[in-house]
Design a protein around this ligand. Structure first.
Ligand SMILES: Cc1ncc(C[n+]2csc(CCOP(=O)(O)OP(=O)(O)O)c2C)c(N)n1
Ligand SMILES: [Mg+2]
Length: 693
């Protein structure tokens, strides 16, 4: 048996020692948790080691350094690889105020608590929990999708903030990925757009281990990945042995020298390297090795067989001398440049500070439009586009685009100087995602974790295509902005393939996502104000294609109460209604019409506008009771969508007008009549609710 003292610690052997430390930490943590994936960290340890130790421009003492190279572990199931590296590189934890602490992001106790409740080492890396984790990964394809956004952000920041002789931004983005990432559609979308945009600051490291969970990758995957990426106009290079540090280094150098396109490094590796059985590519590998195999594997590494969570002497020192020292020096040199920059360009430096804290510039809400009462009104996509354009002129880092529907979504930034973000001209604020909804979502998230307030837009129905990315933004607690127009059957002739039904209910079911469906143009402005002030929640802004009336706010309540999520728009005399009508979006004016009819008939009704359920739920009980008094049980909800969820507000005696089937292709007015979205129907349901209550 080998003891730790017997392990030689010089030269290449020191590298091997460090690599095997990463491997055995992963093995031991997975074994102790009795769950997780040890195989990928074992195979990839040399690659991660080489990158971090010799190439990554990263200061472990300050993981918030804005010009740090980004490292994304897109194959998030290999989380122990990242945790081991963060531990050994001694990356610091950042507190909730953004201050770097003396504490390690991943101390040894946390490695020992891998996958346990409340640990900073969850099964898959979560960026809001663990400093140094740049983005949350696990759903394959998302991390590489995020890396696209990070690379876009890097180019955009450089183009907008660098000044002659003062290069504040020149960071690179490295994403490690697996067969799954390369198989997933979103990974293909990301590669396609990155190649088109010639993002030379982007490097993917593909773990070509020829195995996936079920068995050999060849069971389901036989394309030539290199040729595919050459077709995407990437620079493709190959490392035939993941253990060959020299060839790996050469590949990273090739990436650094490539200035006109992204780089894919295909690394042939062996999953579970060193374990007698896990290298069998047909063996299941998403599980611990088992005590016996742990021993055999450690023996293969020349490791003390009984040692657990061993970090041999010299390992930490080696990381300090490598990434630690190099990162500190690079950061110090950058800080000197930045000090000079801050003197010469205090406004720009101030912007960067605000971006990092997710703060807004002074005057961010000036010149926002107000819309006069107008019975014919305006589509909320139009009022939304006008508001967005006003905000973007006040907030220089509000940028984004659409998945090829900017003209329909009304999301183009049209003011002077807005510009287009295109290959080689990276200062523009209009992004063109092409017909790639999923990676639009993932890359918006990547931009947002880079300090930019990014938005992405498409038809509401296609929110499904990007749902996995929306979900991750909510989990990551980041303020991504998703704009969805054509929000109901109200879009008309395009028909049921394009008409969302269940999307509102399903997005409302997502924790931490703020879903806003404003009911007229002035509610749109208020909704946008809410969105811009979010720091830890993403928003979905849901807007109409069709014109809807702009309500007369001298007659009805002010739209400013949108800030409370829901509010009394029109009330019965003395605030004592017999029936409550509630709606969002385009159905709000329908309720107002019904309210006027009921009023003329002597019925005491109230209209409640409910543009945002989540924010309404955050209000205190007294406010909620003042809007929806428990004593009034005759209630009607109206929404051109699945009714799931409205029970909560209409109660057991209430009535729900909504959609119970897919829509249909027809002119809007025919659809409204056919599916019962008329003021008369609302009146009838109100009377039925009053009888039943
Ligand atoms: C979107 C998504 N689908 C399925 C999974 C479950 N899963 C985890 S790892 C994996 C495949 C593993 O194969 P590969 O990507 O080649 O990684 P390796 O095991 O080689 O590290 C799968 C299907 C997932 N994490 N994400
Ligand atoms: Mg694989």
């Amino acid at each position: 048996m080998v003891t730790s003292e017997q392990i030689l610690v010089t030269g290449k052997q020191l590298d091997t020692l460090c690599i095997n430390t990463i491997r055995t930490l992963a093995i031991d943590a997975v074994q102790q948790a009795n769950s997780g994936h040890p195989g990928a960290p074992m195979g990839l340890a040399p690659v991660a080691y080489c990158l971090w130790q010799d190439f990554l421009r990263y200061d472990p003492a300050d993981p918030t350094w804005i010009n740090r190279d980004r490292f994304v572990l897109s194959n998030g199931h290999a989380s122990m690889l990242l945790y081991a590296i963060l531990h050994l590189a001694e990356v610091r934890q950042v507190d909730e105020h953004g201050q770097v602490t003396k504490e390690l992001a991943v101390p040894m106790e946390e490695i020992k608590r891998f996958r346990q409740l409340g640990s900073r080492t969850p099964g898959h890396p979560e960026s809001h929990l663990t400093s140094g984790v740049e983005t949350t990964t696990g759903p394959l394809g998302q991390g590489v999708g995020n890396s696209l956004g990070m690379a876009i952000a890097g180019k955009w920041l450089a183009a907008n903030f660098n000044r002659p002789g003062l290069e504040i931004f020149d960071y690179n983005v490295y994403a490690m990925c697996s067969d799954g990432d390369v198989m997933e559609g979103v990974g293909g979308e990301a590669a396609s757009l990155a190649g088109h945009l010639k993002l030379s600051n982007l490097c993917w490291i593909y773990d070509n281990n020829r195995v996936t969970l079920d068995g050999p990758a060849a069971w389901s995957f036989s394309e030539d990945v290199a040729t595919r990426f050459v077709g995407y106009e990437w620079n493709v290079t190959r490392v035939v042995d993941a253990n060959d540090l020299e060839i790996l280094a050469r590949a990273f150098e090739v990436f650094r020298k490539t200035t006109d396109r992204p780089t894919l490094i295909i690394v042939d590796s062996h999953i579970g390297y060193g374990s007698p059985h896990k290298q069998d590519t047909s063996a299941a590998h998403g599980e611990p090795l088992g005590e016996e195999e742990v021993r055999l594997t450690k023996r293969f590494y020349g490791w003390p067989e009984d040692a657990k969570f061993l970090v041999p002497e010299g390992v930490r020192e080696n990381f300090r001398d490598g990434i630690g020292k190099r990162g500190r020096e690079l950061h110090a040199r950058w800080s000197e440049v930045f000090a000079d920059y801050s003197q010469k360009y205090p406004d720009l430096a101030d912007q960067l500070h605000r971006m990092q804290r997710r703060e807004l510039p002074a005057g961010w809400d000036k010149n926002l439009p107000t819309f006069p009462a107008d019975p014919k009104g305006i589509a909320t996509r139009d009022s939304g586009g006008k508001t967005l354009n006003a905000l973007a002129q006040n907030i220089p880092w509000l940028i984004g685009g659409s998945a090829d529907l900017a003209t329909s979504n009304k999301t183009a930034l049209k003011f002077d100087g807005a510009g287009e973000f295109q290959a080689g001209s990276y200062a523009g604020r209009n992004l063109h995602f092409g017909v790639r909804e999923h990676v639009m979502g993932a890359s918006v998230n990547g931009m947002v974790v880079s300090g930019i307030r990014a938005f992405g837009a498409t038809f509401f129905n296609f929110s499904d295509y990007m749902r996995a990315s929306i979900r991750l933004s909510a989990l990551m607690e980041i303020p991504s902005i998703f704009i969805f127009t054509h929000d109901s059957i109200g879009l008309g002739e395009d028909g049921p393939t394009h008409q969302p039904i269940e999307q509102l209910a399903s997005l409302r079911a997502m924790p931490n996502l703020i879903v806003l469906r404003p009911g007229d143009a002035n509610e749109v402005v208020e909704a946008w104000k809410i969105i811009m002030q979010l720091k830890h929640s993403p928003a979905a802004l849901v807007l109409t294609r069709q014109a809807i009336p702009t309500l007369d706010r001298t007659k009805y309540a002010s739209a400013s109460s949108v800030a409370k999520g829901a509010y009394v728009l029109a009330d019965a005399p003395g605030g004592k209604p017999d029936v409550i009508l509630m709606a969002t979006g385009s159905e709000l004016s329908l309720c107002v019409d019904a309210y006027e009819k009921l009023k003329a008939e002597g019925v005491k009704a109230r209209v409640v506008s409910m543009p945002c359920w989540e924010i309404f739920e955050q209000q205190d009980a007294a406010y909620r009771e003042s809007v929806l008094p428990a004593s009034v049980t005759a209630r009607v909800s109206v929404e051109m969508a699945a009714t799931l969820g409205w029970d909560r507000y209409v109660g057991p005696k209430g009535r729900k007008i909504g959609m119970h089937s897919f829509g249909a292709s027809a002119p809007l007015k025919d659809l409204l009549r056919f599916f019962g979205f008329t003021a008369d129907h609302v009146v009838a349901e109100a009377r039925a609710a009053m009888l039943g209550s």
